[in-house]
Design a protein around this ligand. Structure first.
Ligand SMILES: Cc1cc2nc3c(=O)[nH]c(=O)nc-3n(C[C@H](O)[C@H](O)[C@H](O)COP(=O)(O)O)c2cc1C
Ligand SMILES: CCCCC(=O)C(=O)O
Length: 391
């Protein structure tokens, strides 16, 4: 009998380690990480990561939309050999998961993006580096070796900065470009406002910008001589509320790899993405951090899949916390999911090992949920595997 290595093997590894008295350093229920991080890390950083727009209704709706859908398990379907691999944007992945772009991770841990990226690379999970990273993109690339990496673009007002980012990303081996459209401005975020805390203004640099020649060319003085001016320049130019759909032609001309638009919720926007020659979309409301009162991401997903599922790669994020959440997103038609806050907490609590723990827990739970529901891999999932609101 073939001995396939399954993600679920992590379960036995934990029990076997327990025979020597060891228990996992972090909870295996990833929903518990936020509270733990709240006890161990500063209120500013944890508030920034955990917080969302307005009164938090979108973040709550994201959870409710996933919880409301229930899995209908099937029996006697030979699931002893399982394979979670999928192809995404022409790249073979070991599992339908990528780490979402999260800016300024140095507020969570001094090893910041490099630690998260190393953990992802070691498990064969793509790492999506934020434009607003606290580490230059070249350094993160080096930390990852040949790990799969994608670059998230905040589409700057300054064309030269955007062009420079694309050149640097290409040279550093980032294969796909993820263009975030839902953050032309930062939303009203009361948890940060009440603490008057924004990482960039608290001495946490976005070294990815500060190390960029085109960005530096826009400063009157070098960053070290006037860091406040550099931060102010960053906040004023990192995104551009004046952009419209025809502007995508610039990105298509300057990037020859796959381009994915992140933050799509309306089927017509998904169609526009396909018409503009894009390769994929991420159905996402930025984890509830941008539009308060927004449609839940899982409620938007089926309509986007129906509109463009045959033309574009549809990815999903916002609210994923457990293996069954991933199952549900895939059953609704997503090709893979992005994970946000849980890995940031894992990083904050235990560095690279904490991110590794989060990846392994999520994928072990997904593997077991698939198996126990009668699926040997993501390929056999359909909306019929869920109750009720599959549309
Ligand atoms: C602290 C924090 C920073 C983020 N920074 C970025 C960013 O720089 N670029 C981006 O496209 N999305 C950013 N996001 C959004 C994530 O990529 C992702 O869409 C979201 O976290 C998914 O929801 P989840 O946290 O519920 O998994 C950020 C999210 C958090 C929590
Ligand atoms: C200026 C970077 C914004 C980071 C971000 O996307 C978020 O806080 O949600």
């Amino acid at each position: 009998m073939a001995t396939t290595r399954h993600w679920a093997d992590f379960q036995y590894e934990i029990y076997l380690n327990g025979m020597t008295g060891a228990v996992p350093r972090l909870p295996t229920d990833l929903t518990r990480l936020e509270e733990l991080a709240g006890h161990r890390l500063g209120p500013g950083p944890v508030g920034y990561v955990a917080g969302s727009a307005g009164s938090g209704s979108t973040a709550r709706a994201n959870r409710a939309a996933l919880d409301r859908r229930r899995i209908v398990p099937r029996m006697l379907r030979d699931v002893h050999e399982r394979d979670l691999s999928v192809e995404v944007l022409g790249r073979p992945l070991r599992a339908p998961l990528a780490l979402a772009p999260i800016g300024v991770l140095s507020i969570m841990h001094p090893d910041a993006e490099c630690a998260a990226a190393r953990a992802a690379a070691a498990r064969g999970v793509p790492y999506i580096l934020s434009s607003a990273s606290s580490t230059p993109m070249e350094q993160v690339a080096e930390a990852m070796g040949d790990g799969e990496r994608w670059f998230q673009l905040y589409w700057a007002k300054d064309r030269d900065v955007t062009a420079s980012f694309l050149d640097r990303a290409r040279a550093a081996g980032y294969t796909a470009l993820v263009v975030t459209l839902d953050t032309p401005l930062l939303a009203w975020r009361p948890r940060d406002l009440d603490q008057a805390y924004l990482p960039f203004l608290h001495g946490v640099g976005t070294a990815n910008y500060f190390s960029d020649p085109a960005f530096r060319a826009g400063l009157a003085k070098p960053v070290h001589e006037d860091p406040n001016a550099a931060v102010t320049h960053f906040v004023g130019m990192f995104a551009d509320p004046a952009k419209t759909w025809p502007d995508l032609a610039f990105l298509r001309e300057h990037w020859d790899g796959p381009i994915v638009l992140k933050g799509i919720l309306h089927p017509d926007d998904a169609r526009s993405a396909a018409d503009a020659g894009m390769d994929g979309v991420v159905v996402s409301n930025h984890g509830g951090r941008q539009v308060a009162g927004s449609v839940a991401a899982a409620d938007a997903l089926p309509r986007v899949v129906e509109a463009v599922g045959d033309r574009l790669t549809v990815l999903f994020d916002s609210g994923i916390r457990t293996g069954d959440d991933v199952f549900k997103a895939l059953a609704l038609g997503a090709r893979a999911v992005l994970l946000g806050r849980p890995y940031a907490y894992g990083l904050g609590l235990d560095g690279q090992a904490g991110v590794d723990h989060v990846i392994r827990c999520l994928l072990a739970e997904l593997d077991l949920t698939l198996a126990l529901s009668g699926h040997a891999g993501p390929g056999s999932l359909t909306p019929d595997d869920l109750t009720g609101e599959s549309a």
